[in-house]
Design a protein around this ligand. Structure first.
Ligand SMILES: [Zn+2]
Length: 201
């Protein structure tokens, strides 16, 4: 019933988390009410994500390369005024952004890319080995802050990492009690998250 290009668009957009087929239909028809250049701006924005955004080889956060640039580290890892002795381990990029917004943390990060799952075999994509290697290669690391949400999976991940990182001399802390049970780091307000950072232990 629908033209092929429209069907294809809806199929692709339905795959985006939080967007189902119904919303994808709405987005498609909303876009079609605009002119060509408006539609192209969406296309170019997605193309730029593919072409210009890279993942930091050290912390796995994203950064943009300047034209002809050959950077492999993000702006946080490249910034010499950040505290090089601390690494905050976060589940995902948006958690890092939330912590940055509190302006109460000046150390480095490590984006794990998910949390440990109680289901065996689900944990192979996490950047755990990369974290261990990084701490091994950077003996100046004094504190590793496990900045996970206070959920069952967050607790499990903290437990696993404590076990894996035990051989290293760095002090392992976790976000403090300011963060309530079930609270997601990403959605915690800045004050709550700031307090949780201050009261880590
Ligand atoms: Zn980085």
């Amino acid at each position: 019933m629908l033209p092929y290009s429209l069907t294809r668009f809806i199929e692709l957009f339905s795959k985006i988390p939080g967007i189902g087929p119904r919303q994808a239909h709405r987005i498609a028809f909303w876009l079609l009410r605009h002119d060509k250049n408006f539609l192209y701006s969406y296309g170019f924005a997605i193309r730029d994500l593919a072409d210009k955004i890279h993942v930091c080889r050290q912390c796995f956060f994203v950064f943009e390369t300047t034209s002809g640039g050959s950077e492999t580290l993000c702006t946080i890892c490249r910034n010499p005024s950040r505290d090089q002795t601390r690494i905050a381990v976060v589940e995902k990029e948006t958690d890092l952004i939330s912590i940055e917004k509190t302006k109460q943390y000046a150390g480095l990060y490590h984006v794990l890319g998910g949390l440990f799952s109680p289901i065996e075999g689900n944990n192979h994509d996490l950047k755990v080995q990369e974290l261990a290697n990084r701490i091994r290669e950077n003996p100046q690391t004094q504190e590793i802050i496990l900045a996970f949400s206070h959920t069952a999976e967050g607790d499990l991940t903290a437990m696993e990492l404590e076990r894996i990182l035990k051989p290293f001399p760095a002090h392992i802390t976790r976000l403090g009690l300011g963060l309530p049970r079930g609270a997601d780091v990403e959605f915690a307000d800045e004050d709550t998250l700031g307090n949780a950072l201050q009261s880590r232990r």
